[in-house]
Design a binder for this molecule. Structure first.
Ligand code: AMP
Length: 272
């Protein structure tokens, strides 16, 4: 894989990589499209990374269908699908992990303590295995984009990051491989996650600045829908993980919640 990428770069080609865990949907494919627009050679990686799942999480049941994923990638002009095995990624005796520091600690980091160490480490490993010029990530995983950016900056990784918009279903639900866990009732309830963040955006547009008031309104909206257990809801300064009590500029609303067996995350940019 490395030789292939280096050869392409030697020939003056720009290489893009899209790291994923498979069970591909239109959100992933939009990243492939972005890489395709920007690069001469596009590699998609599929690896369900065990170290970013906590015990009791869905590593075993995470949807896997490599053949279906390959069929989806071909029409989007993906040149290579790189799907290493666990033993290729984690050699015998493997012991090194990354701690990216404060950006990884709140929100997802608090609810999933080993998650970002696993993510940062596997992304670094994948960028060593596929040393692309550009790597595309989705804004849907807002905190993850900050963690990966921190790691790339701090460790001199010579790959530029491109952060792409969240692709949604018609009713606003952010596409996610985990949406497959939802029953039809839960699927309906899950659309409320985006709707509730839109409510916060609307209230902000009407002049509300108090994150406490917005939080109450979002939670009340979700409670009315039923079936949704919120892990966290927070308002952070855009481009950071710094929580704000009073909105005074570009802000991102972060939401994580359980709907049935699925734990879903979403976020929305709102003006402050
Ligand atoms: P995953 O397979 O869930 O690890 O996601 C792989 C990449 O796809 C990550 O950069 C995600 O942020 C991105 N992604 C996942 N869902 C979406 C979506 N609905 N829209 C855009 N990007 C997404």
């Amino acid at each position: 894989m490395r030789r292939l990428v280096f050869r392409a770069q030697h020939a003056g080609k720009r290489v893009g990589v899209v790291p994923t865990m498979g069970a591909l949907h239109a959100g992933h494919l939009s990243l492939v499209d972005a890489a395709r627009d920007d690069c001469d050679l596009v590699v998609t990686t599929i690896f369900v990374n065990p170290t970013q799942f906590g015990s009791g999480e869905d590593f075993e049941s995470y949807p896997r269908d490599l053949a279906a994923d390959a069929d989806l990638l071909a029409p989007h002009g993906c040149d290579y699908l790189f799907a290493p095995t666990s033993s290729e990624v984690y050699p015998d005796g493997y012991a090194t992990t990354l701690d990216v520091g404060p950006v990884a600690h709140p929100f997802e980091g608090k609810h999933r303590p080993e998650h970002f160490a696993g993510v940062a480490t596997v992304v670094l490993k994948l960028l060593h295995m596929v040393p692309a010029d550009v790597a595309c990530f989705g804004k849907k995983d807002y905190q993850q984009t900050l963690v990966v950016q921190r790691m790339v900056t701090d460790l001199n990784v010579p790959t530029a990051l491109r952060i792409c918009p969240t692709i949604r279903e018609a009713d606003g639900l952010a596409m996610s491989s985990r949406n497959a866990y939802l029953t039809s009732t839960e699927r309906h309830q899950a659309a409320g996650l985006h709707a509730s963040l839109q409510l916060a955006k609307k209230m902000t547009g009407a002049g509300e600045r108090d994150a406490g008031v917005l939080t109450q309104a979002v939670k009340a909206h979700l409670e009315r829908l039923g079936g949704i257990q919120v892990d966290y809801l927070a308002f952070v300064r855009a481009g950071t993980i710094d929580e704000v009590a009073m909105l005074d500029g570009p802000t991102v609303a972060l939401l994580a919640a359980h709907v049935g067996k699925a734990r879903l995350i979403d976020n929305l940019e709102i003006e402050g």
